[in-house]
Design a protein around this ligand. Structure first.
Ligand code: FO1
Length: 304
């Protein structure tokens, strides 16, 4: 069964790893959000691509979910001592990724080429693609005006109240090479448990149409997110955060929806949206949870 998974952030990376442990490498393509990308300290930083790749390669920091395991912080500490911006915590090992990515982009390589070569270097066998090679930048409309995504997320700790989102550059952005081909060849598409507003929506903004059965895994469990601001965003946009709200958000694209046991009382309402449902344990606390959830989702897709 050929699968395309859309992912962004820590939850997305965890299920992507579960899928990579379950499917033959040639059957899995992971399309990653690049709306969080930004230029900082003169470097091109792609946080979601790096989170997915570090996780797949077993290099990720399991406590933060982002950045590298066993990291040291000498460079950023010295930048801070010199009075430079240190709010975005780049570790010494992580710096190498951004330096080398930036060097290659300046030489004219595309983000998808660079990602493919980094994946090879890190021993990643599945295909990881950025959603686009052209810049798309998520902008957060807030009660303090429009903020660039990392300014809102990391620098301002998601404190400004959200009023909406804009994906700068999305109209001109074409899917990266391989994205449309992977979707064409796929038997099904999985939305990983990633933020619907700022991880999945930017990818859909580039891809525009998916003509394959799509199953989404809810990133909201019991009205809360495991990590990240999705629940807070729903509340500030006047929508009660819930698995049902996520199902409604993606409703026009979905065939199936995976929700946690904790939200089983919403199953009927989600079915009434016309979606098939799977109620399972969607928390991925332990490494083994990732492949267990991947198996559950793949069996669910097989049953549709
Ligand atoms: N997230 C934080 O909350 N604080 C940080 O200092 C931070 C640094 C960072 C460095 C490299 C990287 O690839 C990711 C980093 N992230 C950090 C996470 C990242 O900005 C967000 O998790 C994603 O953009 C949201 O999906």
């Amino acid at each position: 069964m050929k699968i395309v998974a859309l992912a962004g952030g820590v939850g997305g990376a965890k299920l992507a790893q579960g899928l990579a442990q379950t499917l033959p490498p040639e059957d899995l393509t992971i399309i990653v959000n690049t709306g969080d990308d930004f230029e900082h300290l003169g470097l091109s930083i792609s946080p979601d691509l790096d989170t997915v790749c570090y996780t797949l390669a077993g290099l990720a920091n399991n406590e933060t979910g982002w950045g590298r395991a066993g990291e040291t912080w000498n460079t950023i500490s010295n930048i801070e001592k010199l009075g430079g911006p240190a709010w975005f915590r780049l570790g010494d090992q992580d710096f190498a990724t951004h330096l080398e990515r930036t060097r290659r982009l300046k030489e004219g390589q595309s983000l998808s080429q660079i990602t493919s070569e980094f994946c090879k270097a890190w021993g990643i066998q599945v295909t990881v693609l950025p959603m686009s090679d052209s810049p798309v930048r998520t902008m957060v409309d807030s009660d303090e005006g429009e903020l660039a995504f990392q300014e809102y997320f990391v620098h301002r700790h998601c404190e400004p109240r959200v009023k909406g989102f804009r994906f700068d550059g999305v109209e001109a952005a074409k899917p990266a090479p391989g994205v449309s081909e992977a979707l064409e060849a796929a038997d099904a598409v999985i939305f990983c448990p990633s933020n619907p507003w700022v991880s999945i929506d930017p990818i859909l903004g580039v891809v525009k149409e998916i003509n394959k059965p799509v199953v989404a895994v809810s990133p909201i469990i019991g009205g809360k997110t495991v990590k990240g601001p999705a629940a807070k965003m729903y509340s500030e946009l006047g929508i009660e955060p819930s698995a049902l709200a996520v199902a409604k958000h993606h409703r026009s694209t979905l065939k199936g929806f995976v929700l946690d046991h904790l939200d089983a009382s919403m199953e009927e309402q989600i079915r009434q949206l016309g979606l098939a449902t799977l109620v399972t344990n969607t928390l991925m606390n332990l490494p083994t949870d990732r492949s267990r959830l991947a198996n559950d989702v793949l069996n669910f897709i097989g049953s549709l």
